[in-house]
Design a protein around this ligand. Structure first.
Ligand code: LAC
Ligand code: ZN
Length: 468
């Protein structure tokens, strides 16, 4: 592992000369928010936090870090669920929070140009004002920033119909470890001019370059949404219903899964009930579009499919306020479940048709290791968040069991043709499992790519790649 230099008082002075005193924090300042992200209980204290306000400032900061071999952890809102924003080697945290502008909403080209510190929901609401839509919407859309969404290629419920973040990124401005400013792509829907560096940087978890500007595709806003919610006797029944919906040749705008226990915890926390009762699990299936009659017909067919698949209880959310309430509850499941105890959040993804087997695997692995899981997630695209809870287990017992259970669950997931992360990324928490999913040759090639962008390994060190 590369040894990194310390941030000396002289280097702090150099950084201060770039960003000024009010955009630089030292460990004696209020640095606590930068010591963690939303991944379990990890805490790492950076030696300095800087908040550049321009690409030029980012470049000058990285030039210093490169020259001195100091670890740099890029940070947006710190909502990572894989430890992507943890400064595991101390060093410099470069927060993009001051680079938070929408630079342009270009209605002629259906494109937005934004800085990495813009909050996802703020962008969505701004483009909605002019009848446009930016679909990727992680559960944390009210607080996560586009920079982090790009770093982790974030998904969310609407990825099922509209794709994930990468599908909306047309171009980037990004700064390499040595401070070189790169520009890729453009306001272009087609572009095969050279290697697709845009898509190489998206999802690279801040290990290749620090993104400073983003060109995003937009589409017209689908004006109408309707939904079905249904409960099922078992997790497997719910998973089987999902595949049947697609046999109807309907692509829902979202198809979410929630285990009963997770729903109950959320209900308790919010003092409000989900509208379907009974069974071990429920589905929330949404369709969107522009014609009421089309949506009505689709909702009816989805309802019939659910009934035929054994639904115990079923409702149609016709009006938008009912639907908004359902989404609010759905988006808060993660937080509610994780409030119960220490936990590990797995982010398995399998081909949709293998979902019933994944459900069985989750159940069997947890039973074998004496652990409790509460799962939920974007089942329509094969992505299930498996929250395994510590509850009352002693610390040492928990650590042993969770490592073994994670290993077993990932082996089963990969055997189903799946992968170990669908949307949260590998980051710090999953890195030592990477070899369960990718071959040594593939990992070696990824390491070579990393070293071309960042020969000294200063950008987001300690992430993605397994420990040596
Ligand atoms: C969600 C987050 C955890 O889907 O990805 O709620
Ligand atoms: Zn999710």
């Amino acid at each position: 592992m590369a040894a990194f230099s310390k941030v000396t008082p002289k280097i702090v002075d150099e950084l201060r000369a770039i960003v000024g005193s009010d955009r630089l924090l030292l460990p004696n300042d209020d640095i606590e928010p930068y010591t963690h992200d939303e991944t379990e209980d990890y805490v790492f204290t950076p030696e300095v936090v800087v908040k550049p306000a321009s690409t030029d400032e980012v470049s000058r900061i990285l030039k210093i870090a490169y020259r001195e071999r100091i670890a740099v952890t890029p940070r947006a809102a710190g909502t990572s669920l894989s430890g992507g924003a943890l400064p595991v080697h101390g060093g410099i945290v470069v927060s993009v929070e001051k680079m938070n502008k929408i630079l342009e909403i270009d209605r002629e080209n259906l494109v937005a140009v934004v800085q990495p510190g813009i909050i996802c929901q703020v962008l969505q609401e701004e483009v909605e004002k002019v009848g446009l839509y930016y679909p990727p919407d992680p559960a944390s859309r009210g607080s996560c920033m586009l920079g982090g969404n790009i770093a982790h290629n974030a998904g969310g419920p609407h990825a099922l119909k509209y794709g994930v973040t990468k599908d909306w990124v047309l171009g980037l401005e990004a700064v390499k470890a040595d401070g070189t400013i790169l520009r890729t792509g453009g306001k272009l829907l087609k572009n095969v001019t050279g290697y697709n560096l845009t898509q190489l940087i998206v999802g690279s978890e801040g290990t290749l370059a620090l993104v400073t500007q983003i060109i995003l595709k937009l589409i017209p806003l689908p004006a109408l949404r309707k939904a079905v919610m249904a409960s099922f006797p078992t997790l497997e029944d719910a998973a089987r219903a999902v595949t049947r919906i697609f046999f109807e040749r309907i692509i829902p705008s979202a198809c979410e899964f929630m285990e009963r226990q997770a729903m109950e915890v959320t209900e308790k926390k919010h003092g409000e009930k989900f509208p379907v009762s009974g069974g071990e699990a429920a589905l929330l299936i949404e369709v969107d579009g522009t014609r009421e009659d089309v949506l009505d017909e689709q909702v009816e067919r989805i309802g019939s499919v659910c009934s035929d698949a054994g639904a115990l209880d079923l409702i149609l959310a016709e009006d938008s306020s009912k639907l908004a309430k359902l989404w609010k509850m759905r988006r808060s499941i993660g937080e509610a479940v994780k409030g119960l105890s220490a936990y590990r959040e797995e982010d398995c993804v399998v081909p949709r048709a293998r979902l019933p087997e994944l459900m069985t695997a989750i159940r069997e692995v947890c039973a074998r290791h004496g652990l409790t899981a509460m799962s939920y997630g974007h089942i329509g695209d094969g992505n299930v968040h498996v929250n395994i809870l510590k509850l009352n287990l002693p610390d040492a017992e928990w650590r042993t069991r969770i490592e073994a259970a994670t290993h077993d669950l990932f082996v089963r997931t990969v055997a189903l043709g799946g992968m170990i992360s669908g949307e949260h990324g590998i980051g710090f928490v999953q890195k030592n499992y990477l070899g369960l999913a990718l071959s040594p040759d593939v990992i070696a090639l990824m390491r070579q790519i990393k070293s071309v962008f960042d020969p000294n390994g200063i950008l987001n060190p300690g992430k993605v790649f397994p420990d040596a």
